[in-house]
Write a protein that binds this ligand. Structure first.
Ligand SMILES: Nc1ncnc2c1ncn2[C@@H]1O[C@H](COP(=O)(O)OP(=O)(O)OP(=O)(O)O)[C@@H](O)[C@H]1O
Ligand SMILES: [Mg+2]
Length: 335
């Protein structure tokens, strides 16, 4: 339900804190998730996304704060709340010794789905996971991507009221990712509220009604994708200059001294948010770079993307596009 908004808060997170020893992984965050929305939690590695979700899934006990699920305080109604939630954690593993079909069957029984519905649901899920031919093979023999797809359809198979997905499509190729997006959207249309973390900004933009950006355990921005985009740039635009890495510091310093523009470097790319009044400087900036004999591979202005918001708020790009696309936890450190 990307375009219409429900009003009831199905999840309320109030002053949630999680400490591991002296280290604060989740630092007093509060936000609500509305019934029927797809809510995305975005943040760099180590930001606190998994820790937050794991508290919602009762896999971790909060140091302080409260989580309310469908009007019930989670810590006092664990079993009732858990029945409402389907999930796939970042480390979700399927049962290696069971076949794909048996894995799905187990979950359907766990959630008390009527016996008569079970065979059809299993066949449909196998098809959606593109595992139709592998239903009777042991999950342990599957590739990482196949196991991930099985884990994802298993999380959705009982059509939960709330679906929690921690980086569900990391490691999937683009085709399987779009099939999974379609499945998540369909389930959401039928009323499931979805909470998702992702490293893929296009995934957040495509799927989410609202996004929370989290860094160092704190919520840095919260709103619809277009709200948070305009929050950083107002009516302005983003200037992007691609140059030689060696020229990047010089470009940043020239923008500062000659145009009073603060820019950020990311590899060979320089970006800066230009507010409305500064957009007119674009041609002058271009001419200045030319005059200073700085190599410019490309220069342009664009409307802000979530990538820009992310860079501005966390000082880092969401993802190195040449980086490791496999597995759950990425080995790229952001700071
Ligand atoms: N059990 C634990 N003991 C100690 N520190 C932990 C534990 N679990 C998480 N942390 C730390 O808490 C911080 C937040 O971790 P978390 O897994 O929530 O990040 P994340 O946003 O999910 O990152 P990623 O994108 O890598 O999955 C990290 O610095 C991590 O090292
Ligand atoms: Mg995580």
């Amino acid at each position: 339900m990307k375009d219409s908004m429900a009003t009831k808060d199905i999840i309320e997170i109030k002053n949630l804190v999680k400490k591991f020893g002296d280290f604060t992984a989740v630092n007093n965050i509060s936000f609500n998730i509305k019934e029927g929305e797809v809510f995305g939690l975005l943040g760099p590695n180590g930001a606190g996304k998994t820790t937050t979700l794991n508290m919602l899934l009762t896999l971790l006990v909060p140091t302080s704060g409260k989580i309310i699920v469908d009007g019930m305080e989670l810590s006092k109604n664990r079993e009732k709340c858990k029945q409402l939630i389907g999930f796939m954690t970042q480390e979700t593993t399927v049962e290696a010794d069971l076949t794909a079909r048996q894995n799905l069957d187990l979950f359907l029984h766990l959630y008390h789905v009527p016996e008569a519905e079970i065979p059809d649901r299993i066949e449909l899920a196998l098809e959606e996971a593109d595992l139709g031919k592998f239903g009777d093979m042991k999950a342990g023999t599957f590739s990482g991507g196949m196991q991930r797809r099985l884990g994802l359809v298993r999380a959705m198979i009982q059509e939960p009221k709330i679906l929690v997905l921690d980086e569900p499509t990391t490691g999937l190729d683009i085709q399987n990712r779009s099939t999974m997006w379609a499945r998540i959207k369909e389930l959401n249309k039928r009323g499931t509220t979805v909470i998702i973390t992702t490293q893929y900004l296009e995934e957040a933009d495509e799927l989410c009604n609202r996004i929370g950006i989290i860094d160092h355990g704190k919520i840095m921005a919260l709103g619809t994708p277009s709200e948070i985009k305009s929050e950083i740039a107002g009516n302005g635009k983003v200037l992007e200059i691609v140059s030689d890495k060696a020229d990047v510091p010089k470009i940043i310093s020239l923008l500062k001294t000659k145009f009073k523009i603060s820019a950020t470097a990311n590899g060979e790319t320089v970006t800066a948010v230009l507010d409305k009044g500064k957009i007119g400087d674009f041609t002058k900036i271009s001419a200045m770079l030319d005059k200073e004999k700085i190599l410019v591979l490309s220069i342009g202005l664009h409307l802000p993307t979530i990538d820009d918001v992310f860079l501005k708020l966390t000082g880092t790009a969401i993802r190195d596009t040449t980086g490791d696309m496999q597995g759950g936890r990425s080995n790229i450190r952001w700071r």
